[in-house]
Design a protein around this ligand. Structure first.
Ligand code: NAP
Length: 256
């Protein structure tokens, strides 16, 4: 149970159809601190696990939101605003590494870089959380402590980049990190109740990591349940002084 949020808190999990986002929804619903959980995904009709959770749990409301379509983000924000005046926790989980209409792939070398794939990666991984911040900011304008956390990735760290490759994903996650830091600087002036962070979840057993799991050392691949428990512990411990930090699942600092 999260102890740093007031009873009756309201949360938004953005990118909740699968993987880490879906597991955040499950664990927040299991916590009586949260009176309401909004879960967004781009096609609610095909998010069957999320729909099953919503059918069993009146505290869960599913909202359509495609981070690559700013009008859809604005509509989702209006729908959430119709259900609550304030959010205490916003979690940006949507991310892409491979697949999709742009046939994204984790490039091994420069010759594999394609403009269309770079743009698709940046649209979801980098622009998405920033545009969500823009449209949901008004729901963070209150006096309670709030956390705005974007799930990033250690491979987006410039300082930690020793292996190279993965141009589109690394570049987009580095841009996401810069947006998170820039937002934290702005909100330290204008929204002092909001702690704004980037979080590295650790390699987690989801569709996103599946093609690369063979090279993960034994014991280093987390089940989504473990990842989310660890990230919620980090989120629960955050204070205003942590705003603008890039933290890993164990609370350690990741170099930018
Ligand atoms: N798994 C790992 O090992 C790992 C490691 C480091 C960082 N991360 C980060 O953790 C986050 C969650 O990843 P995951 O592992 O849970 O991946 P996942 O299981 O592949 O889930 C990705 C989620 O992103 C959503 N999404 C993709 N494009 C979207 C769009 N345009 N609008 C809205 N939602 C969209 C997907 O929705 P649809 O169902 O509609 O496609 C899905 O819910 C990502 O930001 C990822 O970069 C993961």
């Amino acid at each position: 149970m999260l102890t740093s949020f007031p009873s009756g808190s309201q949360a938004l999990v953005q990118g909740a159809s699968r993987g880490i986002g879906l597991e955040f929804v499950r664990q927040l619903l299991a916590d009586p601190t949260f009176a309401q959980v909004f879960a967004s995904c781009r096609t609610p009709g095909s998010a069957t696990e999320l729909a099953a959770l919503a059918a069993a749990e009146p505290r869960l409301q599913v909202v359509a939101l495609d981070v690559t379509d700013e009008d859809s983000i604005a509509s989702a924000a209006a729908r959430v605003a119709a259900g609550t005046e304030r959010l205490h926790l916003v979690l940006n989980c949507a991310g892409v590494l491979h697949g999709g209409p742009a046939a994204l792939a984790a490039e091994k070398r420069l010759a594999e870089v394609r403009a269309e794939a770079l743009a698709a990666s940046f649209a979801v991984n980098a622009l998405g959380p920033l545009l969500v911040a823009k449209h949901f900011e008004r729901l963070l304008a209150h006096r309670d402590r709030a956390v705005f956390a974007s799930i990033s990735a250690r491979v987006g760290s410039i300082g930690d980049n020793r292996l190279g490759g993965w141009y589109a994903y690394r570049g987009a996650k580095a841009a996401q990190n810069m947006f998170t830091k820039t937002l934290a600087v702005e909100w330290a002036r204008s929204r002092r109740n909001v702690v704004c962070v980037a979080l590295h979840p650790g390699t987690t057993d989801t569709d996103l990591s599946r093609p690369f799991q063979a090279s993960v050392p034994p014991g280093k691949l987390f089940a989504p349940g473990r990842t989310v428990r660890q990230l919620l512990d980090v989120i629960d411990s955050l204070t205003p002084a942590d705003s603008g930090r890039f933290l890993a699942w164990d609370g350690s600092e990741v170099p930018w």
